[in-house]
Design a protein. Structure first.
Length: 155
């Protein structure tokens, strides 16, 4: 029995530990401000903890510039049946993408939602909803709390 319990505990601990490092998206993004940006893809960054799609585009209210959309972890796309997401999100591809705007109006970043391609097809790039998270990194999140990539600066 003991030989079965120890590996089972190790498996459970390994599955739970990555979740504990997840940050609360609602702490950074405004769940009341779902914004759409249309433009051309500049770059797809597939770096943990989240994929980031950078586009040059225009918001519905006419603001233009470079915008970053934070998606789900790169390896999670295969579980959504999107093994071809890298091929579909190449630089120059024109899209419309929706996401929840950063609470700080100077930050040109969004928690991504849905991408709409020119042919009308869609892809969920981030979450379907922006809900308060339950987890914080140990010791909180040091500013600017944006991982190993930098969001575009205000232009």
């Amino acid at each position: 029995m003991r030989k079965l319990v120890i590996p089972l505990l190790a498996l459970v601990a390994g599955a739970v530990m990555p979740v504990a490092a997840h940050h609360d998206a609602a702490g950074y993004y405004d769940a009341t401000r779902l914004v759409s940006v249309s433009g051309a893809i500049v770059e797809l960054r597939t770096v943990n903890p989240h994929a980031v799609l950078v586009i040059d585009g225009t918001t519905a209210d006419g603001r233009t510039g470079r915008w970053a959309f934070e998606g789900i972890p790169p390896n999670a796309y295969q579980y959504r049946g999107l093994q071809d997401y890298k091929a579909r999100l190449t630089p120059g591809t024109r899209i419309a993408i929706s996401g929840w705007a950063a609470k700080d109006p100077q930050v040109r970043a969004f928690s991504a939602n849905t991408i709409t391609f020119a042919d009308g097809t869609t892809m969920i790039f981030g979450g379907k909803t922006l809900e308060p998270g339950l987890w914080q990194p140990a010791g909180g999140c040091a500013a600017p709390c944006q991982g190993t990539y930098a969001y575009p600066t205000v232009q």
